[in-house]
Write a protein that binds this ligand. Structure first.
Ligand SMILES: [Cu+2]
Length: 328
């Protein structure tokens, strides 16, 4: 008993001495950091509520990214637009089917927002609520695919599924997943090949999302959300939205804003618990069977200089730190 108490005391003194020897900043790091409150919150709206002028300035900024210098240093990436698919391909196995899927993509959408701002865009960061599209049974008629004020429609099946109308008509895809010798992955023009399979469409309708939102722990939630609604939207649009180079498809960022919105709505159902609930496998584990050894103190996989690499805990709350936004 005495020996045990002594040992504990010795340990406490050793920790205190060790802490005293550290510089002040490091000492503060030992204390759990309180999230920095935001001075104001930006609103992220549904794409369909944007004005024509906002939509067209959004498209202008997206296309402007092709004219800005690359920052990732990835050899194949020649401009800021290509940096997004390039880092997503490079980090593919670190950011999918892992615990970090949601927080990494949350920050990735924020990186896109900052890049668009550098291209003069001062409008909001929109999301695409694809449940509205799926609930009609015909997602292809959703206004997001309008050829007049949307992202353009389906690709032309008689021309390798190339998108021929709208702001991304005949748009170059230069960053590719995998081997450039494989026909699908050689440089080409942006492709879409909508897959109307009802099973696929139902996987991102409102009842599928209701099922996702009903999970009570992060590990189960992120597994279903990623594997079912998220994956189904990629597979529905298909073409360049399918492979890991999917950030070539501008709709990617509105899809991921929606995924981020669903996660933030899920968190708001029980903020105290869920803004610190983080669990799941690391890249070398299995997404379904583990081991589930991810930690909220993990550093996020790299964004290749598109935005700084913070810890998971820094992006758990959209209303704190340097996030400061809400979905409306
Ligand atoms: Cu991704």
């Amino acid at each position: 008993m005495f020996a045990k108490t002594w040992l504990l005391l010795f340990f406490a003194v050793a920790v205190a001495l060790h802490a005293a020897a550290l510089p002040l900043a490091a000492q503060q790091d030992l204390v759990a950091r309180a999230p920095t409150p935001c001075s104001s919150l930006k609103q992220r709206p549904n794409w369909n509520t944007l004005s024509q002028a906002q939509k067209s300035s959004y498209f202008d900024a997206v296309k402007c990214l092709k004219t800005k210098p690359a920052v990732t240093g990835i050899e194949s990436s020649k401009n800021l637009y290509d940096d997004f698919p390039a880092i997503h391909v490079e980090q593919n196995h670190h950011i999918h089917s892992v615990a970090a899927f949601l927080p990494w993509h949350r920050r990735f959408v924020q990186a896109r927002e900052r890049a668009l701002a550098a291209c003069g865009y001062d409008g909001p960061t929109p999301y695409w609520d694809w449940t509205e599209a799926a609930d009609t049974g015909n997602p292809d008629v959703d206004p997001i695919f309008s050829v007049t004020d949307g992202f353009g429609g389906n690709g032309n099946p008689n021309n390798n599924d190339v998108v021929e109308e709208g702001p991304f008509a005949n748009f170059p895809v230069d960053i590719l997943q995998g081997d450039k010798d494989v026909a699908l992955f050689s440089p080409h023009l942006l492709r879409r090949a909508f897959n109307p399979d009802p099973q696929l469409v139902n996987a991102f309708n409102s009842s599928s999302v209701a099922k996702a939102q009903a999970f009570e722990t992060f590990n189960k939630y992120r597994y279903y959300l990623e594997g079912t609604p998220h994956g189904a939207v990629h597979q529905y649009i298909a073409g360049d939205m399918g492979p890991a180079h999917s950030p070539n498809e501008a709709v990617f960022f509105l899809h991921h804003a929606q995924i981020d919105r669903l996660w933030s709505l899920w968190q708001e159902m029980d903020p105290e618990q869920r803004k610190s609930d983080y669990a799941g496998n690391l890249p070398d584990g299995n997404t379904l069977t583990g081991p589930f050894d991810a930690s909220i103190n993990d550093t996020l996989p790299t964004f290749g200089n598109l935005i700084d690499q913070v810890q998971v805990r820094d992006v758990m709350d959209t209303k704190s730190g340097d996030l400061c936004y809400v979905y409306v």
